[in-house]
Design a protein around this ligand. Structure first.
Ligand code: NAI
Ligand code: SOE
Length: 411
């Protein structure tokens, strides 16, 4: 069935039908990206709308059901099928981290643009090979994108604008943490706890986001990482008995057997930035009571910014240039069309947006970029995400070798 459906999609598509997208991976991110591709052409005025051509998964019935429900024209259980389909212009990689390199490089070699999930790869070597392949493919006009979706929260894109306008002045501190608590002992040994598949635990999963956010908001690069701690608290977990793709393992049966977790539960580190600021970073899956608290605060000589994804529509702002009697944290609702990035595409002021809108905005930005137009906020390509991967690697070296690691050491 797989090959037949793929061919059918390929022979009927024309360029005017839209940007032909094929998705690999049909669970959490598969759903988020499907929402994004479908919503982009509705909320945004795009030169060419994405066309949801093919979804690739592993289980035939499940993938076909997913494709029908989430609006894909065809389904396949062999992701390589999509590489030969001329109607597919962009391959969207939403599979576990160890598959990103193989799938993305194959897609680039087949002449497709690629949008790959974060972290760029499970290992620095894989990430480097992706950056090299992307550079070669760029000479053939191919584009790469990485799904660091929090850049597309209006509050985060607005924070970047405020820093670029010089409203914070010289930057002193970046304080970032990504706190989750689903990694408690009762959670089974999902792929996220297997170093061969995930590369690392909370580190690549969550620090990757806040490293990217810090680079994006400040416009500065990391120059050194030090004082890192890598810790695994839950060394053994029940093996999943099949099913259950959610990060919590919900819905999955358990086996009575246990296996070893080979990843960190948390990684903390200190950082220095190219512009002179210093930073602290923390990623954990065991911050009991914090379910998805992705936070960043930046302190400068003229003011400060604070963001917490659990209140994603808001940016907190302290203006230190005001008379002292008037100073205080202002809560800016980042929903005003004309004032705040992306807001014009959605609802009237204070009619809030949610998690999925970050993906809609990212898909719209990709469509704009493919049409040669300026995205609302810059999208990281493989070269950019490789810089984030180097910082991840530096932190691990700092933790294991108990020393400061200059980013220039990590190539
Ligand atoms: P998941 O476990 O929910 O789904 C993974 C999907 O990949 C499943 O559909 C599975 O069948 C498929 N898959 C695995 N091996 C495959 C193969 N050989 N061929 C075809 N399909 C295959 O995982 P989730 O949460 O969707 O994560 C996927 C990626 O997205 C990871 O890299 C993760 O780090 C990233 N992610 C990013 C998020 C973000 O905020 N940008 C949020 C959640 C995940
Ligand atoms: C699980 O920790 C997870 O889904 C990550 O994989 C995502 O990148 C993060 O945005 C939300 O949490």
């Amino acid at each position: 069935m797989a090959k037949k459906k793929a061919r059918a999609a390929g022979t009927t598509a024309r360029a005017s039908d839209g940007i032909g997208i094929a998705l690999i991976g049909t669970k959490f991110m598969g759903r988020a990206h499907s929402t994004g591709w479908a919503g982009a052409g509705r909320f945004f005025d795009l030169p060419r709308r994405p066309r949801l051509l093919l979804a690739a998964g592993r289980d035939e019935r499940e993938t076909a059901t997913f494709a029908r429900r989430w609006g894909w024209e065809g389904a396949t259980t062999d992701w390589r099928t999509i590489l030969a389909d001329d109607a597919v212009e962009l391959v969207d990689v939403a599979t576990p981290n160890n598959l990103h390199a193989e799938m993305s490089i194959a897609a680039l070699e087949a002449g497709k643009h690629v949008a790959c999930e974060k972290p760029l790869a499970a290992t620095l070597d894989q990430a480097r090979s992706m950056a090299i392949a992307a550079k070669a493919a760029a000479r053939r006009g191919l584009r790469t994108y990485v799904w660091f979706n929090y850049r597309r929260c209006p509050a985060i894109a607005f924070a970047r604008r405020i820093v670029r306008e010089g409203r914070l002045g010289r930057l002193f501190h970046v304080r970032a943490s990504y706190l989750q608590d689903w990694g408690r002992a009762g959670t089974p040994l999902l792929w996220r706890f297997d170093a061969k598949v995930a590369g690392s635990g909370a580190h690549g999963d969550l620090n990757a986001h806040i490293i990217d956010m810090a680079r994006f908001v400040t416009g500065e690069e990391f120059s050194e990482v030090s004082g890192a701690i890598e810790k695994t608290f839950v060394a053994e977990r029940d093996l999943p008995g099949g099913g259950g793709g959610a990060i919590s393992g919900k819905g999955g049966a358990r086996s009575s057997r246990r296996g070893r977790s080979t990843v960190d539960d948390c990684v903390l580190f200190l950082a220095r930035f190219s512009g002179g600021a210093v930073g602290t970073f923390e990623a954990t899956r065991l911050a009991t009571g914090n379910q998805n608290r992705n936070q960043i605060e930046v302190n400068g000589e003229k003011g400060s910014l604070r963001f917490d994804f659990e209140r994603m529509n808001e940016l907190l702002w302290w203006d230190d240039t005001l008379p002292s009697a008037l100073r205080g944290w202002s809560r800016i609702m980042c929903t005003n069309a004309g004032d705040h990035p992306y807001a014009a595409a959605y609802w009237p002021p204070a009619h809030l947006i949610g998690y999925e809108h970050g993906f809609v905005s990212e898909c719209a930005d990709i469509a704009l970029d493919l049409a040669g137009r300026e995205p609302v906020a810059p999208i990281p390509d493989f070269a950019d995400a490789y810089e984030t991967q180097r910082v991840l690697e530096a932190a691990i070296r700092s933790a294991r070798e108990r020393r400061p690691v200059a980013i220039r050491e990590v190539r």
